[in-house]
Design a protein around this ligand. Structure first.
Ligand SMILES: *[C@@H]1O[C@H](CO)[C@@H](O)[C@H](O)[C@H]1NC(C)=O
Ligand SMILES: *[C@@H]1O[C@H](CO)[C@@H](O)[C@H](O)[C@H]1NC(C)=O
Length: 270
């Protein structure tokens, strides 16, 4: 008993120190060559020039993706993304933190494309110990394809906040006190990929990817990681989240009766 306690303590201590070191290293805008590996896509993912920009592309043959070289445990991660412009129906740009294994934790942004002029859907989810089903979806109050916008994840032991251009849109609080697991022991890598999911992505699969518009391209710049500063839930944040959720939220698992006929997940009831 004592030895297993001790070893789990040292393991967390080691994980904590490693992640602290990793996080402490990286402040300020970073070089994509140093931070990321293009992991698939046969040349469709590219880091440009001096390393200040990365693009993913998708055509009929393949999409593409990248992942961070480092792992993170807590911190604030910012990235500017410019999504696939024009007719992006059927395309999905995923941008997420994830650990590995069946009991993995995951913090997701997913951007579902649309026909020219129709709004993108920003899909969010949180997996803890391998279990997700915590979707919330939003439409942006701007056109996410005409310019770069900053998408952030602020992850502390107490809470996970999703932000868009610094406006918090969703908070997933640590509710371990009522039995809901919270991601806090497994370091995560940052992943992104661009692929076609036209069997479900746009209007539930009714609108297919129009390959005459390929290649589809999403762009990334200004990746930043800051060590996590203590994050208290405060009134400003609550008010902003309330505003976003009132005006821009189009789906919330916590109000989807049909999906949870036997009662909502515990975190929905507090
Ligand atoms: C695309 O636009 C239509 C029409 O405004 C909307 O109903 C739909 O939610 C949008 N997003 C997706 C991913 O289908
Ligand atoms: C309150 O929340 C806002 C929005 O997330 C943040 O910018 C601000 O720093 C927070 N203030 C405090 C005192 O934590």
């Amino acid at each position: 008993m004592l030895s297993s306690l001790y070893s789990s303590y040292t393991t967390s201590l080691i994980i904590f120190s490693i992640s602290f070191l990793l996080v402490a290293y990286t402040t300020g805008a970073t070089n994509f060559y140093n931070e990321f590996d293009i992991t698939w896509g046969g040349g469709r993912g590219k880091i440009a020039g001096t390393g200040d920009m990365l693009t993913l592309s998708l055509d009929r043959v393949s999409g593409s993706g990248f992942q961070s070289k480092k792992e993170y445990l807590f911190g604030r991660i910012d990235m500017e993304l410019k999504l696939v412009p024009g007719n992006s129906a059927g395309t999905v740009t995923a941008y997420y933190l994830s650990s590995q294994g069946i009991n993995h934790d995951e913090i997701d942004f997913e951007f579902l494309g649309n026909l020219t002029g129709d709004p993108y859907t920003l899909h969010t989810n949180v997996y803890t110990q391998g279990k997700g089903e915590r979707e919330q979806q939003f439409q942006m109050w701007f056109d996410p394809t005409s310019n770069f916008h900053t998408y952030s994840i602020h992850w502390t032991p107490r809470t996970i906040v999703f932000l868009v251009d610094n406006t918090p849109i969703r908070e997933f609080k640590n509710r371990e006190a009522i039995g809901v697991p919270f991601p806090k022991n497994q370091p995560m890598r940052l992943y992104s990929s661009l692929w076609s999911a036209d069997e479900w992505a746009t209007r539930g699969g009714l609108v297919k990817t129009d390959w005459t518009h390929a290649p589809f391209v999403a762009s990334y710049r200004n990746f930043k990681v800051k060590p996590s500063v203590k994050s208290h839930s405060n009134m400003t944040r609550k008010e902003k989240i309330r505003w976003v959720q009132k005006n821009h939220m189009i789906y919330n698992y916590c109000t989807d009766n049909k999906r949870f006929p036997r009662g909502f997940p515990a975190e929905c009831t507090v």
